[in-house]
Ligand binder design. Structure first.
Ligand code: PMM
Length: 283
């Protein structure tokens, strides 16, 4: 499938399922660190209707320490290989390291999801370009260790949109296929609750400023828990579903979620309602 991924081949409202092969991700850390548990989980998400699976081996929760290359490779490459062979949907690799991206692409991944938007490793964009892979450029302030230290913006939607437009231009300059690029405002990455809400509301503006489809990753994030009076991580799936519907209604192309089934069902319903609006109601 390498080199054939283009964003236009995804369904209109696509759901990306999260497969975290980490001991310390904020909501599912440790649950799928074991290789076979991760592969089994990915297959369940694909069967539930995920249009893409996102495999990650380094936690990006606020305060997380970086993971070494060998450790990350050992976590993700076998999972990407087995899922790419068996799951029937494109697999994406969530990494900021070009070497991990390349090894994952060689193991079958067709998209690189880079929370550093190419700033973490100068080889990242050239590697993505060389392999003709898809690319998600996400906005983050600083690094996961420092990003929540008093984030400030004058106009968060404009600033994040302009940053992503600049990263899209850098990716295209490096030879990444324009039709394989996605942008992501980075919900929770160096943002207060108000910034996150403004970005969710500004999804269409981000798409317009960047000219790229938007991916939204709000699943179980702490801003949802804060709004709901400190709701714990394992009780945030309904709130996540609300963000799925909201983001799709404001033009998001993809949502990245832990609980795939509920978002897939919502997407199917939105598809049906959009079709009926377009066709009109027969008397
Ligand atoms: N969030 C996390 C990790 N990777 N990638 C993108 N593109 N967008 C996100 O919002 C995002 C990401 C953190 O969530 P997790 O630990 O549950 O995977």
């Amino acid at each position: 499938m390498q080199g054939t991924f283009i964003t236009t081949t995804l369904p209109a409202r696509a759901v990306m399922g999260i497969v975290n092969v980490t001991p310390d991700s904020f909501s599912d850390g440790g649950r799928y660190l074991d290789h076979s548990a991760a592969v089994r989980h990915g297959l369940v998400l694909a069967a539930a209707g995920a249009a893409m699976l996102d495999v990650g081996g380094e936690s990006t929760r606020p305060g997380a320490e970086a993971v070494g290359e060998a450790e990350e490779l050992g976590r993700v490459v076998p999972v990407v290989r087995d899922l790419s062979a068996a799951c029937g949907v494109p697999v994406s690799i969530d990494t900021t390291k070009a070497s991990v991206a390349e090894a994952a692409i060689e193991a079958g991944a067709v998209v690189v999801n880079d929370v550093s938007a190419g700033r973490g490793d100068p080889e990242m964009l050239p590697v993505v370009a060389r392999h003709g892979a898809g690319y998600v450029a996400m906005h983050m302030v600083g690094s996961p260790r420092t990003m929540q230290d008093d984030p400030r913006y004058d106009d968060v939607v404009r600033e994040v949109g302009d940053f992503l437009a600049e990263r899209v231009a850098a990716a295209v300059d490096a030879g990444v296929r324009p039709d394989a690029l996605l942008v992501d405002p980075g919900i929770g990455f160096g943002k207060t609750v108000r910034h996150n809400l403004a970005l969710l509301a500004g999804t269409a503006e981000i798409a317009a400023r960047t000219g790229a489809p938007v991916l939204v990753g709000a699943s179980r994030k702490s801003c949802l828990g804060s709004i709901l009076g400190g709701l714990p991580t394992d009780q945030r799936d309904e709130a996540t579903l609300a963000t799925t519907v909201w983001a799709f209604e404001r033009g998001a192309a993809i949502v990245r979620v832990h609980d795939v089934e509920s978002s897939v069902r919502a997407a199917r319903l939105l598809d049906a309602m959009a079709r009926s609006t377009a066709e009109g109601v027969a008397a």
